[in-house]
Design a protein around this ligand. Structure first.
Ligand code: RI2
Length: 311
């Protein structure tokens, strides 16, 4: 939790692999590939929900595994270059989401956001930089209070925000024109996994006929969900919920960190490649992660290379 936000987590994993490659002092190729694969597994195990993390890693591993070279230095370069490429792409993507998403914001809009998402903030910040006068409301986001980070970032950009408790969302929805949140994972059917509380906000927005947007870079779309895999929802320590309060010992506390918002509650997903209906997520996956789906089929389902050509 020292590094938060699905995009930042992915960039940190890419940086981790880059540093691992730089620090490798061995000379044999098999040893290098094994070492990088071990580091990749270690990094992947740090957080289970945000697919941006494994997506950053498989992007680099795919490049490594498809390079034919007998030279360790050359393979190290492949890892370093692809990690740098991913990081650069990620930062640019968040910026582009802001430029594209800002077109959906109108002068005078009141916007609600939840948790702390760089992609969602990018939309708000770009709209303000274009001269649109907007009001922002943001939730505290219990139990880790990432809403305070959002409030601080907005204030740094001279954007006033009103901080509200998570349970006050319905009371304020009549003042809201648009909701914009980020995403940790988007599944093949367009369902969005984001910080706990997001799906309640989507439900309230639907009831009030308020547009609900998700800002998500393409590396937050999950290729494994095309093949039926479920997204694991991280369950965190009960101590985050009860904090330092004296509680009876036998009380049962649950603390899921994320929830799932079904596609029917989402008006559009803002990506760096354009604004799509959530139902078009499968197209993003087939176009940009066809190689990952093929790798998965080849390595884990053991089908024939020829059978993957139509993906
Ligand atoms: P960006 C965060 O998860 C929040 O759920 C946020 O909406 C999402 O990642 C996307 O963040 P956490 O890491 O990549 O705080 O848009 O658990 O910054």
């Amino acid at each position: 939790m020292k590094i938060r936000g699905a995009g930042r987590i992915a960039r940190a994993a890419a940086l981790g692999l880059k540093l691992a490659a730089i620090n490798y002092s061995g000379k044999d190729i098999v040893g290098f590939k094994q070492y990088i694969s071990n580091v990749a597994e270690f990094l992947k195990a740090t957080r289970p929900t945000a697919v941006s993390l494994p997506n950053a890693i498989i992007f680099i591993l795919h490049r490594l595994n498809t390079t034919t070279s007998e030279n360790v230095e050359e393979l190290k370069r492949v890892v370093i270059n692809s990690a740098e490429e991913f990081i650069k792409y990620s930062k640019k993507a968040t910026e582009n989401i802001g430029i594209i998403g800002a077109k959906r914001i109108e002068d005078g809009d009141s916007i609600l956001t939840h948790c702390n998402s760089s992609a969602a903030l990018s939309v708000i910040i770009h709209a303000v930089r274009e001269g649109k006068k907007i009001k922002v409301y943001n939730t505290e986001t219990r139990p880790k209070f990432q809403g305070y980070i959002t409030a601080r970032k907005l204030l740094k950009e001279c954007i006033k925000t009103t901080l509200i408790t998570d349970s006050a969302v319905r009371a304020f929805m009549k003042k809201i024109d648009k909701v914009i949140v980020g995403a940790d994972t988007v599944s093949a059917n367009g369902a969005v996994v984001n910080k706990i509380g997001t799906s309640q906000i989507a439900l309230i927005a639907k009831e009030a006929n308020v547009d609900f947007y998700v800002a998500a870079e393409t590396y937050k779309f999950s290729p494994a969900t095309v093949l039926g895999e479920y997204i694991i929802i991280e369950e965190r320590s009960p101590k985050e919920v009860i904090r330092n309060l004296e509680m009876p010992k036998n009380i049962n506390v649950r603390n899921p960190a994320f929830d799932v918002t079904p596609p029917e509650y989402i008006d559009a997903i803002i990506t760096e490649l354009g604004i799509i209906p959530p139902q078009a997520s499968i197209l993003i996956l087939k176009e940009h992660y066809g190689w990952a789906i093929r790798d998965y089929l080849l390595n884990e389902i053991f089908i024939d290379e020829a059978e993957t050509t139509s993906i």
